[in-house]
Structure formats: structure tokens, C-alpha cells
Design a protein around this ligand. Structure first.
Ligand code: FJE
Ligand code: FE
Length: 295
């Protein structure tokens, strides 16, 4: 932060230890994503496996594909996406809505743009502990109007998971996780506690601000900032003349081996082999996979 930055009331804000610009790449079927967690330079940040900022127009999208062993959290920033799965479940999420999908032992689904123009959002992949990888799939869906919100001193927050400004999200996080969307007015500052021992990162959506300890360099849109372990939370100052919007995610690390093959994330190679076979033969949670394809 510059010398004119207000002094943080935290004795010890976490530092920014890495800063990455997420560049656009192709994924799915003709879709474009800016990947931050999960790219080569930042393989994972336990328990997080991937964060993609997606921008997709018809006919591109993410046609029928499986998942096992983790959760996907889709947060719409602008537009609408339709989700269909192999159990006949179908729904559309729109700007500000969240779909928190616990794939567990298996989901096969498609995720496609629901209207014309560019549909934008974030998809975060959260790993499940070994003991939870084969649980029954579960969805938690929140419409924009039902997302917990709070406001304080020029800072607005939408709380997808966890607690901010004394307000809690109703979402159950099987892997303990905090996930929130902050918008800060010019000149405002923020100090958000992050539990000790949890890994944490920020992804900037719009505007620019100073993150971390005093003297921190500003970060702008499409940058991912990894926070260091030491300290009691995230300090941010919006010294710019425009609003600053970013998400903060933090999670308790699982500290288990991660073996990933595309949409299957398990603990051992043998479990990946099992997942591949289960999907192929339609077993152990993939029973409905063989006879299903999205409309
Ligand atoms: C996937 C390639 C993929 N990021 N962001 C391989 F593209 C995907 C996948 C997604 C995805 C979906 C949405 Cl809605 C948003 C995404 C990757 O579906 F799962 C694998 N395995
Ligand atoms: Fe998916």
C-alpha cells in the first residue's frame, strides 16, 4: 500500500506470496476460461483444485462429462447457464446465483449457456476428503436474492460460504470453506478474518486495489493472489477511483495425496483406474451414465 493507505487494525495481515495473471485458454467445447488455480504454475492450493473464470457463448459450452471425488461451485457473474444431469435434474442459474454441487461418487452432466451473448461466471473446484469422495451426490442451489449479504463502511459482501461482518451463509461445506464476493467503494478498506491454517486466495473480478500488508503492489482484474500462511486475515484497500470487486476463498487443507485425471480426483492411481472403469461400465454411482445424454 502507498504511504497514504490507512493503517490496518490487524496486527498481522496475511501477505500476498504469489500473484498470477490468468490468461485465456480453450476448454470444454469451444469455451474460453481464465484458469488461475489448476494451471501449470499453480497446480492446486489444497483443498482447491481449480478456479476458472469462464466466458461462453452458444454453441460453445461444457457438454456431457462426469465428475467424481470433489465439489464444483458455479457462481454466475453475468448471464445464465443451464445444467442437466443423468438423474433428470435440470435447472438454470442466472446472474448472482450459485450452484454448489457435491459430485461425491459420481455425477454426469452438461453445463451450457442458456441465452444469447456472452455468459460469464466463476467455477471453483473444491476437493473432498478421502472419507467423503464416495458420498451420495448433493446440490445446494442459491438464487441471487437468497445469498447472504452484508454492508459496512463502503464494503458490500455476498457470502457464498462462511461468515463475514457477522452474517453467515446457509451453505454446508463438507470441506470447510469460506467463499465471498466483495465490492469496495473507492477509498474503502477491509479486514476479513481467515482461520489460521487455512489456505486462501483472492481473484480480482473488476477494478484494482492493494492487498495484503503495507507496501503491497496493486492488483487488477483477472489476477489471482495467493495469501501467505502467517497472519490473521486479508487486508484490502481500494485506493483507486473506481469500485473494486473480487472473490476471497479459503479452505482447510486436506493434506492428503491428490491424483487427478481430468474430472476424477482421488487419492491413489488405483482409485482413478476404478473411477474410469466405473464410468465406462456404469457402476458405483455411474449406473445412470450409460443410458443418458443431455437434451
Ligand atoms: C471439465 C475440461 C473442462 N471449467 N468452468 C475438462 F472444461 C471441464 C469443465 C469445466 C467447466 C464448466 C463450467 Cl460450467 C465452468 C469450467 C472447466 O466442465 F470438467 C474437465 N474435466
Ligand atoms: Fe462439470
Amino acid at each position: 500500500m502507498s504511504s497514504s493507505a490507512p493503517t490496518a487494525p490487524f496486527k498481522n495481515p496475511r501477505a500476498v506470496v504469489r500473484k498470477l495473471l490468468s490468461e485465456a485458454q480453450s476448454e470444454g467445447h469451444g469455451a474460453t476460461v481464465r484458469r488461475s488455480i489448476g494451471r501449470h504454475e499453480l497446480r492446486s492450493l489444497d483443498p482447491f483444485l481449480m478456479l476458472d473464470e469462464f466466458s461462453v457463448s452458444k454453441p460453445a459450452g461444457f457438454p456431457d462429462h462426469p465428475h467424481r471425488g470433489f465439489e464444483t461451485v458455479t457462481y454466475m457473474l453475468d448471464g445464465a447457464f443451464t445444467h442437466q444431469d443423468f438423474s433428470g435434474r435440470k435447472g438454470t442459474i442466472r446472474t448472482g446465483d450459485v450452484q454448489w454441487m457435491t459430485a461425491g461418487r459420481g455425477i454426469v452432466h452438461s453445463e451450457m449457456p442458456a441465452s444469447d451473448g456472452v455468459q460469464k461466471g466463476l467455477q471453483l473446484w473444491i476437493n473432498l476428503a478421502s472419507k467423503d469422495k464416495m458420498i451420495e451426490p448433493r446440490y445446494q442451489e442459491l438464487q441471487s436474492k437468497d445469498i447472504s449479504r452484508a454492508e459496512k463502511d463502503g464494503v458490500e459482501v455476498r457470502i457464498i460460504a462462511g461468515e463475514a461482518f457477522g452474517v453467515r451463509s446457509p451453505v454446508y461445506t463438507r470441506t470447510p470453506t469460506l467463499y465471498m464476493d466483495f465490492t469496495m467503494r473507492p477509498g474503502s478498506q477491509l479486514h476479513q478474518p481467515v482461520p489460521a491454517g487455512w489456505n486462501a486466495f483472492v481473484y480480482v473480478i473488476e477494478g484494482e486495489g492493494s492487498f495484503g500488508r503495507e507496501g503491497a503492489a496493486p492488483a487488477a482484474a483477472h489476477h489471482c493472489l495467493v495469501l501467505g500462511a502467517d497472519g490473521d486475515g486479508l487486508s484490502v484497500w481500494n485506493g483507486s477511483g473506481a469500485p473494486l470487486r473480487f472473490v476471497l476463498a479459503a479452505g482447510r487443507p486436506l493434506k492428503e495425496p491428490v491424483v487427478q485425471q481430468g474430472p476424477f480426483v482421488m487419492n491413489t492411481r488405483a482409485e482413478i483406474q476404478q473411477a474410469t472403469e466405473d464410468y465406462y461400465y456404469g457402476r458405483n454411482g455411474f449406473e445412470k451414465a450409460g443410458h443418458w445424454s443431455s437434451a
